[in-house]
Design a protein around this ligand. Structure first.
Ligand SMILES: [Zn+2]
Length: 355
């Protein structure tokens, strides 16, 4: 790693910062960019011109009232250049968005993910990527973020385990994909992607997100920063009912032992849902205490059936909270993992621009 930052590096950093500011604001004037970034007018103008030259941004000019010439234009991200992809690989299905750097969707993909074992799952994933990259000629997609269920080792690009696939162990999925598709690829834990997408619209300083379907995943954001680390925040096999239901891991009373039976083969089991309410409330309460959370988001496929447990869950939580008020939000948005993955890809693409 380099020990110093040269002028050239500084210029890349500044280009990324300016583009990030434009992305975050949608439309913005040169004056505002200069104010927000603290760059001099000259420095800002130089960067903006480079971003024009490389087709990252566009300018909307309007006639000044009274016909006294043109007012300075508003800058925004170009919608027809520099594309990225977000892909969600989960037990039930594969889905993807191809977006521009502002997050506008160009094309979406979705298909079932039926597999018996590792080879079939890998085939499904490769075929899915081939479809996407064929449509975009292979070179237009500059980065792809992959939201993946199960255990991941993000930095090494290794998918450690995958729900419902026993022989899927330590698969170097990023290396395998990079060999075929020449683009930058980033592997992310799926609840992190969902949280990333939710944070764009949700307030709250300390936010916890649980993705619940046949298993449960968790993501945490403290003051806007998502906590990262391999193997951290795994709540599925925390014991919530001592000597409770037997779990497939060999222990008894794990949270997952209560979550897993709720949805089987696409069918909801209302008795299992009833039994899941208290253990889930205990988990939410415990994690909200640990992270001093003010907002908890419940997402994932089980939220399609939130009406079956929402009231009772909140009642159980209130008993535990004793005056503390945490906001609990139920989000039934199957696409938040994929849009979060695309957002993460766009951020990486912006951070690594070299002009
Ligand atoms: Zn267990």
């Amino acid at each position: 790693m380099k020990k110093y930052i040269g002028l050239e590096d500084m210029s890349h950093v500044n280009c990324s910062s300016v583009l990030r500011v434009i992305q975050a604001h949608g439309e913005i004037s040169r004056k505002q960019i200069s104010e927000i970034t603290g760059l001099s007018w000259g420095g800002m103008t130089k960067i903006v011109n480079k971003l024009f030259e490389k087709e990252y941004i566009t300018e909307e000019k309007s006639e000044a009232p009274g016909g006294t010439g043109r007012t300075p234009g508003m800058l925004s991200i170009r919608k027809d250049r520099h594309l990225v992809a977000g892909v969600d690989i989960n037990r039930i299905g594969l889905s993807a968005y191809v977006t521009d750097l502002s997050g506008s969707i160009k094309r979406q993909y979705s298909e079932e993910n039926l597999f018996e074992g590792k080879e079939e799952l890998l085939d499904n994933i490769l075929r899915f990527f081939q479809n996407i990259f064929r449509d975009f000629d292979g070179h237009e997609i500059e980065a792809a973020g992959i939201a993946m269920q199960g255990g991941i080792h993000g930095e090494n690009g290794v998918s450690v385990s995958f729900p419902g696939c026993e022989d899927w162990k330590d698969v170097p999925i990023i290396d395998m994909l990079r060999e075929q598709f020449h683009t930058e690829l980033y592997l992310e834990h799926d609840p992190d992607c969902m949280l990333c997408s939710e944070l764009v619209s949700t307030g709250g300083d300390h936010v916890i997100l649980f993705r619940i379907d046949q298993s449960i995943g968790m993501a945490v954001s403290l003051d806007g920063t998502i906590l990262r680390g391999n193997g951290i925040l795994e709540v599925a096999h925390t014991i919530v009912v001592p000597d409770g239901k037997p779990c497939r891991c060999g222990l008894s009373g794990c949270l997952e032992a209560y979550i897993e039976p709720c949805m089987q083969g696409g069918q909801i089991n209302s008795k299992a849902v009833e039994e899941m309410i208290y253990p889930l409330a205990v988990t939410i309460h415990n994690m909200a205490c640990v992270f001093h959370a003010d907002t908890v988001i419940l997402a994932g496929n089980l939220m399609k059936y939130a009406s079956l447990f929402e009231k009772e869950l909140l009642r159980e939580l209130r008993k535990m909270q004793d005056g503390e008020k945490i906001q609990v939000r139920f989000r039934n948005d199957a696409k938040s993992a994929v849009s979060g993955a695309a957002l993460i890809a766009a951020r990486h693409a912006i951070d690594s621009i070299r002009l």
